[in-house]
Design a protein. Structure first.
Length: 189
Protein backbone atom coordinates (compact mmCIF):
# COMPACT_ATOMS: atom_id res chain seq x y z
CA UNK A 1 0.00 0.00 0.00
CA UNK A 2 1.23 3.48 -0.84
CA UNK A 3 0.74 5.62 2.25
CA UNK A 4 2.38 8.99 1.75
CA UNK A 5 1.54 9.30 -1.92
CA UNK A 6 -1.89 7.72 -2.25
CA UNK A 7 -4.51 10.39 -3.07
CA UNK A 8 -7.47 8.03 -2.76
CA UNK A 9 -6.32 6.84 0.68
CA UNK A 10 -6.08 10.43 1.97
CA UNK A 11 -9.29 11.69 0.34
CA UNK A 12 -11.19 8.80 1.96
CA UNK A 13 -9.43 9.30 5.30
CA UNK A 14 -10.30 13.02 5.38
CA UNK A 15 -13.87 12.41 4.18
CA UNK A 16 -14.41 10.02 7.12
CA UNK A 17 -12.88 12.17 9.87
CA UNK A 18 -15.13 13.86 12.39
CA UNK A 19 -15.99 17.54 12.25
CA UNK A 20 -13.00 18.78 14.25
CA UNK A 21 -9.34 19.15 13.33
CA UNK A 22 -6.63 17.17 15.06
CA UNK A 23 -4.40 18.94 17.57
CA UNK A 24 -1.31 20.62 16.13
CA UNK A 25 1.95 18.69 16.01
CA UNK A 26 3.59 18.78 19.43
CA UNK A 27 6.98 19.75 18.00
CA UNK A 28 5.45 22.74 16.18
CA UNK A 29 3.73 23.94 19.36
CA UNK A 30 6.85 23.49 21.49
CA UNK A 31 9.12 25.25 19.00
CA UNK A 32 6.83 28.04 17.75
CA UNK A 33 9.29 30.70 18.95
CA UNK A 34 11.76 29.65 16.24
CA UNK A 35 9.34 30.71 13.51
CA UNK A 36 9.97 34.09 11.92
CA UNK A 37 6.93 36.40 12.14
CA UNK A 38 5.10 36.66 8.83
CA UNK A 39 4.14 34.04 6.28
CA UNK A 40 4.16 30.24 6.38
CA UNK A 41 3.91 27.64 3.64
CA UNK A 42 2.45 24.48 5.20
CA UNK A 43 3.58 21.67 2.86
CA UNK A 44 1.36 18.56 2.80
CA UNK A 45 -0.91 20.42 5.21
CA UNK A 46 -3.68 17.84 5.30
CA UNK A 47 -6.82 19.32 6.83
CA UNK A 48 -4.82 22.00 8.57
CA UNK A 49 -4.07 21.07 12.15
CA UNK A 50 -0.81 23.04 12.00
CA UNK A 51 -2.13 25.73 9.65
CA UNK A 52 -4.94 26.52 12.10
CA UNK A 53 -2.50 26.73 15.01
CA UNK A 54 -0.23 29.08 13.03
CA UNK A 55 -3.19 31.23 11.98
CA UNK A 56 -4.23 31.48 15.63
CA UNK A 57 -0.68 32.68 16.42
CA UNK A 58 -0.97 35.48 13.84
CA UNK A 59 0.86 34.00 10.85
CA UNK A 60 -0.39 34.31 7.27
CA UNK A 61 -0.65 30.73 6.05
CA UNK A 62 -0.73 29.05 2.67
CA UNK A 63 -1.51 25.34 2.84
CA UNK A 64 -0.69 22.97 0.01
CA UNK A 65 -1.79 19.35 -0.32
CA UNK A 66 -2.83 16.91 -3.04
CA UNK A 67 -6.04 15.91 -1.25
CA UNK A 68 -8.99 18.05 -2.29
CA UNK A 69 -10.96 16.69 0.71
CA UNK A 70 -8.21 17.83 3.09
CA UNK A 71 -8.17 21.32 1.59
CA UNK A 72 -11.98 21.55 1.77
CA UNK A 73 -11.80 20.68 5.47
CA UNK A 74 -9.02 23.21 6.11
CA UNK A 75 -11.08 25.94 4.44
CA UNK A 76 -14.13 24.92 6.49
CA UNK A 77 -12.19 25.01 9.78
CA UNK A 78 -10.60 28.36 8.91
CA UNK A 79 -13.97 29.88 8.00
CA UNK A 80 -15.47 28.57 11.24
CA UNK A 81 -12.77 30.46 13.17
CA UNK A 82 -12.86 33.58 10.94
CA UNK A 83 -9.31 32.91 9.69
CA UNK A 84 -8.14 33.73 6.20
CA UNK A 85 -6.08 30.90 4.73
CA UNK A 86 -4.87 30.40 1.19
CA UNK A 87 -4.95 26.82 -0.12
CA UNK A 88 -3.54 25.26 -3.25
CA UNK A 89 -3.86 21.73 -4.59
CA UNK A 90 -0.31 20.59 -5.31
CA UNK A 91 0.88 17.06 -6.08
CA UNK A 92 4.28 16.88 -4.39
CA UNK A 93 5.11 13.65 -6.22
CA UNK A 94 5.60 15.71 -9.36
CA UNK A 95 9.28 16.72 -9.79
CA UNK A 96 8.79 20.49 -10.16
CA UNK A 97 5.67 20.89 -8.03
CA UNK A 98 7.18 23.65 -5.88
CA UNK A 99 8.62 25.73 -8.75
CA UNK A 100 5.70 28.16 -8.96
CA UNK A 101 5.17 28.84 -5.28
CA UNK A 102 5.79 32.25 -3.76
CA UNK A 103 8.44 33.21 -1.21
CA UNK A 104 7.64 32.70 2.48
CA UNK A 105 9.18 33.60 5.82
CA UNK A 106 8.74 30.00 6.98
CA UNK A 107 8.19 26.63 5.36
CA UNK A 108 6.72 23.81 7.45
CA UNK A 109 6.90 20.20 6.30
CA UNK A 110 5.18 17.90 8.79
CA UNK A 111 4.81 14.14 8.36
CA UNK A 112 5.86 14.20 4.75
CA UNK A 113 9.23 13.28 3.29
CA UNK A 114 9.87 15.76 0.53
CA UNK A 115 11.93 14.31 -2.32
CA UNK A 116 15.60 15.20 -2.01
CA UNK A 117 15.59 16.96 -5.42
CA UNK A 118 12.89 19.38 -4.24
CA UNK A 119 15.19 20.68 -1.50
CA UNK A 120 17.61 22.03 -4.14
CA UNK A 121 15.18 24.81 -5.06
CA UNK A 122 13.63 25.48 -1.65
CA UNK A 123 16.11 28.30 -0.87
CA UNK A 124 14.42 30.32 -3.63
CA UNK A 125 11.10 30.17 -1.78
CA UNK A 126 12.16 31.32 1.66
CA UNK A 127 13.25 34.77 2.82
CA UNK A 128 16.64 35.51 4.36
CA UNK A 129 16.73 34.35 7.99
CA UNK A 130 13.55 32.38 7.26
CA UNK A 131 12.85 29.06 8.94
CA UNK A 132 12.55 25.65 7.32
CA UNK A 133 10.84 23.42 9.89
CA UNK A 134 10.71 19.68 9.14
CA UNK A 135 9.27 17.04 11.44
CA UNK A 136 7.91 13.55 11.08
CA UNK A 137 8.79 9.89 11.24
CA UNK A 138 12.56 9.59 11.49
CA UNK A 139 15.08 7.12 10.19
CA UNK A 140 14.78 4.86 13.30
CA UNK A 141 10.98 4.51 13.04
CA UNK A 142 9.81 0.93 12.65
CA UNK A 143 8.34 0.40 9.19
CA UNK A 144 4.95 -1.25 8.81
CA UNK A 145 2.18 -1.73 6.23
CA UNK A 146 1.49 2.03 6.09
CA UNK A 147 4.87 3.68 6.63
CA UNK A 148 7.63 2.38 4.41
CA UNK A 149 11.36 2.98 4.67
CA UNK A 150 11.08 5.51 1.80
CA UNK A 151 8.69 7.59 3.93
CA UNK A 152 11.19 8.02 6.78
CA UNK A 153 13.12 11.29 7.08
CA UNK A 154 16.84 10.59 6.68
CA UNK A 155 19.73 12.84 7.82
CA UNK A 156 21.08 12.67 4.25
CA UNK A 157 17.89 14.30 2.88
CA UNK A 158 19.29 17.74 3.69
CA UNK A 159 22.73 17.69 2.06
CA UNK A 160 21.69 20.28 -0.54
CA UNK A 161 20.63 22.71 2.20
CA UNK A 162 24.13 23.12 3.64
CA UNK A 163 25.14 25.93 1.27
CA UNK A 164 22.18 28.16 2.20
CA UNK A 165 20.87 27.02 5.61
CA UNK A 166 22.16 26.47 9.13
CA UNK A 167 20.72 23.69 11.27
CA UNK A 168 19.76 25.53 14.47
CA UNK A 169 17.97 22.70 16.29
CA UNK A 170 17.61 18.94 15.97
CA UNK A 171 15.31 16.84 18.15
CA UNK A 172 14.79 13.08 18.35
CA UNK A 173 11.56 12.01 20.05
CA UNK A 174 10.84 8.32 20.58
CA UNK A 175 7.35 7.69 21.97
CA UNK A 176 4.54 5.13 21.83
CA UNK A 177 3.65 6.17 18.26
CA UNK A 178 7.18 5.71 16.93
CA UNK A 179 10.42 7.59 16.36
CA UNK A 180 10.07 11.26 15.39
CA UNK A 181 12.63 13.82 14.31
CA UNK A 182 12.50 17.60 14.05
CA UNK A 183 14.95 19.67 12.03
CA UNK A 184 14.87 23.45 12.29
CA UNK A 185 16.96 25.26 9.67
CA UNK A 186 17.50 29.01 9.26
CA UNK A 187 18.35 30.44 5.86
CA UNK A 188 21.50 32.53 5.85
CA UNK A 189 21.28 36.20 4.82
Amino acid sequence: MEYMGNKEYWNEKFANRNDNPLSPEKSVVENIDYFKKGTVLDVACGDGRNSLFLLEKGFKVTGIDFSSKALERLNMFAKRNNYLVKTMKVDLSMPNSLNNIETFDNILINHYRLHKNQFKDIKNHITDRGILFICGFGYKHEVDSKIKKEDLIQPTDFEDLKESFDLIKYIETPDDRGFFVTYIFRKRS
